[in-house]
Design a protein around this ligand. Structure first.
Ligand SMILES: Nc1ncnc2c1ncn2[C@@H]1O[C@H](COP(=O)(O)OP(=O)(O)O)[C@@H](O)[C@H]1O
Ligand SMILES: [Mg+2]
Length: 213
């Protein structure tokens, strides 16, 4: 659901990546009976979406969750539209069901009830990528179909550049992403250069005094 074309390689971040994967699939969050909401924060372009895409498509996550949905939020926080996209994402391959009355519903309650029914006895992961604006009432409303899941270890991942939004949605400490280690960044940069994709990065590389040719 949404744009989930994963960057081929995740540069750096090995420790936090493995820890998060462990926490979700065998650790802290795995045995949680209530829904865990884990925000991933950092400035625009730091790599929040990339990090989360790699988590989302990791084999261990595939095996761990029965249902996974990815929703790009950005500046349009509309509970009905987001709920509809989650529902459509859950239908996924079940195209034959796409003409059922639930899919046609224009009513938020009906849609949320359909989601709750579909999630019965299933462990789920929902990603809300790039949240800009939402108030606590909107957030509660959006999460309503997910909070009383009957399985352990259900997860919501939220990426946002706004620490105040992370504070509002979190049930657990956010992951704060910082810049890549200089050595890792340089390897990443060289790869972009090989791929002729380095123009955007030449400015910062020049600032760092590195030789481009
Ligand atoms: N660790 C990383 N490894 C490889 N590519 C990365 C990494 N972090 C960021 N990128 C690349 O940098 C760009 C911006 O990353 P993105 O995840 O979209 O940032 P954010 O979601 O924080 O705004 C993307 O083109 C992405 O492919
Ligand atoms: Mg992003």
């Amino acid at each position: 659901m949404g744009s989930i074309s994963t960057q081929h390689t995740l540069y750096g971040r090995e420790t936090i990546f493995k820890k998060t994967l462990d926490d979700i699939t065998i650790g802290t969050y795995h045995s949680e009976t209530s829904l865990s909401v884990l925000p991933i924060i950092g400035p625009g372009g730091i790599g929040k979406t990339t990090f989360t895409q790699h988590l989302y498509s990791d084999k261990r996550m595939e095996e761990h969750f029965d249902v996974k949905v990815w929703v790009c939020v950005s500046t349009d926080f509309d509970v009905f539209k987001l709920t509809k996209r989650i529902y459509d994402g859950m239908l996924g391959a079940e195209k034959e069901e796409s003409n059922t009355s639930a899919n046609q519903t224009t009513n938020l309650n009906g849609l949320q009830e359909s989601i709750t029914r579909k999630l019965k006895s299933k462990r789920f992961l929902i990603v809300f990528d790039d949240i800009w604006e939402c108030n606590s009432e909107g957030w509660e409303n959006l999460l309503a179909p997910f909070i009383n899941g009957d399985t352990k270890g259900n997860m919501v991942l939220v990426t946002t550049r706004f620490p105040s939004k992370a504070e509002m949605v979190k049930t657990t400490n956010p992951i704060a992403l910082e810049g890549l280690e200089p050595q890792v960044f340089f390897t990443f940069f060289l790869r972009l250069k090989q791929q002729q994709r380095y123009k955007f990065f030449s400015g910062c590389c020049l600032l760092a005094g590195a030789e481009l040719h």
